[in-house]
Design a binder for this molecule. Structure first.
Ligand SMILES: *Cc1c(COP(=O)(O)O)cnc(C)c1O
Length: 357
């Protein structure tokens, strides 16, 4: 199997080996040490400001998006949501469900967020901003520092969904001034799905500690209190947390976050060069490193996904909704190399020879 989706992605051999081990009991000093090491490396890789904390949540990242909306905002907020695709829209739905007053800044699919467009909302009393730094559905990368500057100027609580951007695109939590950043185990962390990590800068730690949230499982104050000793309120996905530990140490040993980001960028660049020979078009104005959305000029995008899967054992990522038949995505995250790109391009060339493209 060769997997070019945007999650779950291919794991390294060391991470897979940990997955084959028995899962240990976790209320132990040994497991606490693993958790505290995970926290230390996550904060380092996110370039989180001093005093930041990490919450390891046993849920997919949508659960963490929901936990953040519930713990950081309430009915007295006025939140600006950047909605440029299905992940941006998910924040809109979460604000609706949890009755957080919000305004939608709608972007067309593939469109980047310009400074001019964002500053239309300057000085209007917003208290929060929600954005997916890489809107994975369209592969658009938003400028975290430009948005951070806007938030600083307006004293806005700044939430970054970095689920697919963390370790794929440059992100400096301290410099852009993000209060919260979210990521998940199955994206660039290249582990199985099941864990999502929320990093909270000091202002966010203070905010969630003083909030009463109507939830037992999504109570971030409780999560952070337990995490002081490297523990979680309830049984976490212990095996995946151990795989994350292996993976974080692997990244550290290879040179840290910036080296991994450069590796993903080179993987994307290699693919984007090689695919130019085929009858496809790129659709993103400001492409993120993690994924390339591709529009086939003469064929159905979903059909290409099916044929690659069924006849070549290669998985690309189909799109949902109204992009299903026009756009497929190719991921550059996980345990992939340039040779794997060549294998995919050769399969597509073979399909072309067979008259399918
Ligand atoms: C993958 C992803 C998510 C989370 O999806 P889950 O299925 O809940 O893990 C959220 N936001 C972005 C930008 C993503 O790429």
């Amino acid at each position: 199997m060769l997997n070019f989706t945007v999650g779950p992605v291919m794991c390294s051999d060391a991470v897979r080996a940990v997955g084959g081990e028995q899962v240990p009991y976790f209320r132990t000093p040994e497991f606490s040490a693993v958790m505290l090491e995970n926290e230390k490396l996550m904060l380092k890789f996110a370039k989180a400001p001093k005093g930041s904390r990490a919450a390891f949540m046993t849920n997919s990242s949508t659960g963490s998006m929901e936990a953040v909306v519930m713990n950081c905002f309430n009915g007295s907020d006025n939140v600006l949501v950047i909605d440029g695709g299905s992940f941006g829209h998910r924040f809109v739905e979460l604000c609706e469900i949890h009755e957080v007053p919000h305004t939608i800044l709608k972007l067309n699919h593939g469109q980047k967020l310009t400074k001019e467009r964002l500053y239309e909302y300057d000085g209007q009393g917003f208290t929060g901003l929600l954005v997916n730094i890489d809107e994975t559905s369209t592969g658009v990368l938003y400028d975290s520092e430009m948005i951070g500057g806007f938030c600083k100027k307006n004293n806005i609580f700044f939430v970054c969904d970095c689920v697919s951007a963390f370790l794929a695109d440059p992100f400096d939590m301290a410099r852009c001034g993000a209060d919260v950043m979210i990521t998940g185990s199955q994206k660039v962390l290249a582990c199985p799905p099941g864990i999502s990590i929320i990093i909270l800068a000091p202002r966010a730690v203070e905010r969630v500690t003083n909030r009463k949230v109507k939830s037992m499982y999504f109570n971030l104050a409780d999560v952070l209190k337990n995490m002081e000793r490297g523990q979680t309120p309830f049984t976490p996905a212990v095996g995946i947390l151990r795989q994350i530990n292996t993976r974080l140490k692997e990244i550290e040993a290879a040179g840290g976050a910036d080296v991994e980001i450069a590796r993903v960028a080179a993987q994307a660049e290699d693919f984007r060069t090689k695919i130019k020979e085929l009858p496809f078009e790129f659709v993103s104005e400001s492409p993120a490193n993690g994924v390339t959305p591709v529009h086939p000029l003469n064929a159905d995008a979903y059909k290409i996904f099916e044929i690659l899967k069924d006849e070549y054992e290669i998985w690309i990522c189909p799109n949902g909704g109204d992009m299903k038949n026009t756009i497929f995505r190719v991921g550059h995250i996980g345990y992939l190399n340039h040779e794997d790109n060549t294998t995919l391009i050769n399969a597509l060339k073979d399909m072309q020879k067979r008259g399918m493209l």
